[in-house]
Design a protein around this ligand. Structure first.
Ligand SMILES: *Cc1c(COP(=O)(O)O)cnc(C)c1O
Length: 382
C-alpha cells in the first residue's frame, strides 16, 4: 500500500475502506452465485454495518442476514427489501421479534422450541403468521478456531438433530408459525471446501428423512463461513466464491426442483476491503525486543485479542530495512497486541502502520473501552 497525502491527513486510528475492491468482490459474488438460478446471496450485517458499505452491497442485489432487531432496522434503512431479510440468533428478545414481525421480513431463523413458542404468541398478537426456518446443528466440524465453530453439538447454536422430529411435531399446533426452511451455519473462516461438501451430504440426509415424512420445504439456508487469505491480502484480495458456490451446486440435492438455496456471507464480502490505519506513538526498547506502540488498540480492532487472529501489518512510511517488533496498542491489557515478532521496516514515531484485512468484524466490534474514541471511517475511490 502506498503512502499518500490523503492517508497522511487521516485522523488516526481509523478504518479506510476500498470501495472499488468492494465493488469487484460483489460483482464476483453476483456472477458466481448467478450461475445457479435457485441461489440467493445475503450479506451478514454483523461483519460490517457501516451504512456506506451497506448501500453499495445492496446495489448488487444481495439480501441481508441480521442477528439483532437493530440490524433488521439498519437493513431496512439502507434499502434492503423486507422480503430479502433473514433474522437469526439464539436470544431474540420480544422487542426484537416484534420489530422483525412489523417489518414483515422473509424469515426468522429459529434456534429452539421456547423461542418458536414466543414468536408464535407475538405473531398472534399482531395477527400475523411468522415464516420460520429451523436452525439445525448438523454436528459438522468446521475445522476452524474453536471460538468461531458453531455447528458441533457441544455449542449453544441450533436445534440438535435428535430433537428435530419432536420440534416438527410441536410446530403443527402453532397457528401463527409457517415453517418454510432449514438453516445451517457451522462456523467462520472456513477455507476447506471439503467442510462445505460434508455439510451438503448431511443436509441431503436430513432432507431424505423429511421426505419420508412427506415434508418438502421451500428453502434451505446454508449460512456463511467462507474464509479469506489473511496472509496474502494483496495476492488474493477476492475470496474463492467460484469454488464455494460450485461446491453446493455439485453436492447439494434439492428436495424438489424449485427449492431455493440461500447463503449468508459476511467476512468474505468485506474483510479485504477495509484496513485499520494507525500512527506510531512510541518505539520502546525492551530487554530482548522492541515494541511498536500504536495509537490503535484492541478497542478499535478486537480480533487479535479475542481470537488470536492474524492480520498482516505494514509500515508504509519507512523505506529502511526490516526489523522485528512486537506491535501493541495503548490499552492496559496484555492481550492488547496486534502481532509478535512482526517484520516491519525500521519504525519511528509518527510512521503510518496499516493493519490489513480488517473490514470484517473490525469496526462493528469496536468499543469505547478506556473511554477511548470510536475509530472513524473513511472511503477510498468514491
Ligand atoms: C456470523 C454469521 C454469518 C456470517 O458468517 P461469515 O463467516 O462472516 O461469513 C452468517 N450467518 C449467521 C447466522 C451468522 O451468525
Amino acid at each position: 500500500m502506498q503512502l499518500t497525502e490523503k492517508i497522511l491527513a487521516l485522523k488516526t486510528p481509523c478504518y479506510l475502506y476500498n470501495l472499488p475492491l468492494l465493488r469487484k468482490t460483489l460483482q464476483n459474488v453476483k456472477e458466481e452465485s448467478g450461475r445457479y438460478p435457485a441461489f440467493h446471496a445475503h450479506y451478514a450485517i454483523k461483519a460490517n454495518a457501516n451504512p456506506v458499505l451497506l448501500k453499495v452491497i445492496r446495489e448488487y442485489g444481495l439480501g441481508a442476514d441480521c442477528v439483532s432487531g437493530n440490524e433488521v432496522k439498519r437493513a431496512v434503512e439502507c434499502g434492503f427489501p423486507r422480503d430479502s431479510i433473514v433474522y437469526a440468533g439464539v436470544g431474540k428478545s420480544d422487542e426484537e421479534i416484534l420489530t422483525a414481525l412489523k417489518e414483515d421480513i422473509f424469515c426468522f431463523n429459529c434456534e429452539s422450541l421456547p423461542e418458536i413458542r414466543v414468536i408464535n404468541g407475538l405473531a398472534a398478537q399482531c395477527s400475523k403468521k411468522a415464516r420460520i426456518a429451523l436452525r439445525i446443528n448438523p454436528n459438522v466440524d468446521a475445522h476452524t478456531h474453536h471460538y468461531i465453530t458453531t455447528g458441533i453439538e457441544e455449542n449453544k447454536f441450533g436445534i440438535y438433530l435428535c430433537d428435530l422430529d419432536q420440534v416438527l411435531a410441536e410446530l403443527t399446533a402453532l397457528e401463527h408459525i409457517e415453517l418454510t426452511g432449514l438453516h445451517f451455519h457451522i462456523g467462520s473462516q472456513i477455507t476447506d471446501m471439503g467442510v462445505f461438501r460434508s455439510l451438503c451430504l448431511k443436509v441431503n440426509e436430513i432432507q431424505q428423512h423429511l421426505n419420508h415424512k412427506g415434508l418438502r420445504l421451500p428453502h434451505i439456508n446454508f449460512g456463511g463461513g467462507l474464509g479469506i487469505d489473511y496472509n496474502n491480502p494483496h495476492a488474493e484480495p477476492i475470496a474463492d466464491f467460484a469454488s464455494y458456490f460450485n461446491t453446493f451446486a455439485r453436492h447439494f440435492e434439492p428436495a424438489c426442483p424449485n427449492q431455493q438455496v440461500h447463503f449468508e456471507l459476511g467476512r468474505s464480502v468485506v474483510a479485504h476491503c477495509g484496513d485499520l490505519i494507525s500512527r506510531v506513538l512510541y518505539v520502546k526498547e525492551g530487554k530482548n525486543k522492541k515494541f511498536v506502540i500504536l495509537d490503535a488498540g484492541m478497542n478499535d480492532l478486537l480480533r487479535p485479542a479475542l481470537y488470536q487472529a492474524f492480520h498482516k501489518i505494514e509500515n508504509i512510511s519507512s523505506r529502511l530495512p526490516e526489523e522485528k517488533y512486537d506491535v501493541v496498542g495503548p490499552i492496559c491489557e496484555s492481550s492488547d497486541c496486534f502481532g509478535k515478532e512482526v517484520s516491519l521496516r525500521q519504525t519511528n514515531r509518527g510512521d503510518i502502520i496499516v493493519i490489513h484485512s480488517a473490514g470484517a468484524y473490525g469496526e462493528t466490534m469496536a468499543s469505547q473501552y478506556n473511554l477511548r474514541n470510536l475509530p472513524g471511517s473513511y472511503f477510498e475511490g468514491e
